[in-house]
Design a protein around this ligand. Structure first.
Ligand code: TRP
Length: 323
């Protein structure tokens, strides 16, 4: 292990990342490289609990790899890899399953929701938290940055690690969650939270024209150009805030309040602020996304780095249980 603490997180390849994913997860994840050794993986095994399209699964895996590359992930000093490239993770999942109480899984939110909605529950969905615990424990992870929705999974992970250590002696590092502070709610095109399931997303690194067009489509009220407007209830302004410093925010808020600026102009200003940050990454993304060798190389080097750690921890655990 290096001198920096290790942080690990996973992202499911279930769709094309949008601005909400970027602000909530990808950007903070990349910033963490400064203070942590970061391991990020594409949770393709977890995606199988809901995805049935092989082609999309493969494409989204490459999309994510190219996005992390374009946004400045340092692959030399960190690791970026596919979950399914580390067979040890399923090996460990079996071992950990054997000390996991079924009742604990029955209290997991995702499972309970599926039952409440009368959805079919696969064993994959039911055991999702054990696999996730292994994702974390297998790399001796110190920290796990995740969204609020993953809090319970982290608690389950800690419970299982503590239980194992208690039964067999110290084998696992007990990880700590870093729960993203409530990122200011990122509104989508219709003003509701930006979410794939609402169909209101702005794709992160879409071609500039398409990106601008999406911003121009954000819903606003129908105040005329000369009327005074309220920045705090406007989705355009909320989005702008995520990309502008305090002085810039105040300047635009002032223009809202004093009237004389139409929403078309506000959207253009918003577009320019977002584009200033995303223009360069978009260019790199477009180049690298078609460079299959490069993407495979990134995933292979991440795999080798991650697998070396995973093997060690799995052997430690096998030894403890008597295998
Ligand atoms: N369950 C996470 C999600 O849905 C993805 C994930 C899988 C993950 N394994 C992980 C996140 C391990 C952090 C650590 O977003």
């Amino acid at each position: 292990m290096g001198a920096k603490p290790r942080s690990l997180s996973g992202i499911k390849p279930t769709g094309i990342p949008h601005l909400g994913n970027y602000l909530g997860m990808i950007k903070p994840a990349i910033q963490l490289q400064e203070t942590h050794e970061t391991f990020y993986f594409i949770a393709d095994y977890h995606a199988l609990t809901s995805m049935r399209d092989p082609e999309q699964l493969r494409e989204h895996t490459y999309d994510l790899t190219a996005i992390f590359a374009a946004l400045g992930m340092d692959f030399e000093n960190n690791a970026f890899f596919r979950q399914s490239d580390i067979p040890e993770v399923t090996e460990l999942t079996w071992i950990l399953s054997c000390i996991t109480a079924k009742g604990l899984m029955e209290r997991a939110h995702a499972y309970k929701d599926a039952v409440a909605k009368n959805q079919e529950v696969s064993m994959g969905l039911f055991c999702y938290p054990v696999l996730m615990a292994c994702d974390i424990l297998i790399y001796d992870s110190n920290f796990v940055p995740v969204g609020q929705d993953q809090r319970q999974h982290l608690e389950i992970t800690r419970d299982l690690a503590i239980r194992f250590n208690h039964l067999y002696g110290e084998a696992f590092v007990i990880p700590e969650a870093i729960i993203e502070k409530e990122v200011a709610l990122i509104p989508g095109l219709d003003g509701r939270k930006m979410s794939k399931s609402y169909g209101n997303v702005i794709p992160l690194l879409a071609p500039e024209k398409q990106f601008r067009k999406a911003i121009m489509k954000i819903t606003t009220d129908s105040k005329a150009v000369d009327e005074a407007k309220d920045p705090d209830s406007c989705s355009v302004f909320a989005l702008y805030k995520c990309f502008a410093n305090a002085t810039e925010q105040e300047a635009l808020a002032e223009r809202y309040r004093s009237g004389g600026m139409g929403y078309g102009e506000a959207k253009q200003i918003c577009f320019e602020a977002l584009n200033a940050e995303l223009k360069e990454p978009r260019k790199i993304y477009q180049q690298i996304r078609t460079d299959q060798n490069k993407l495979d190389g990134i995933l292979e080097s991440g795999r080798d780095k991650a697998r070396a750690v995973a093997r060690q921890v799995t052997d430690r655990v096998r030894n403890k249980v008597g295998l």
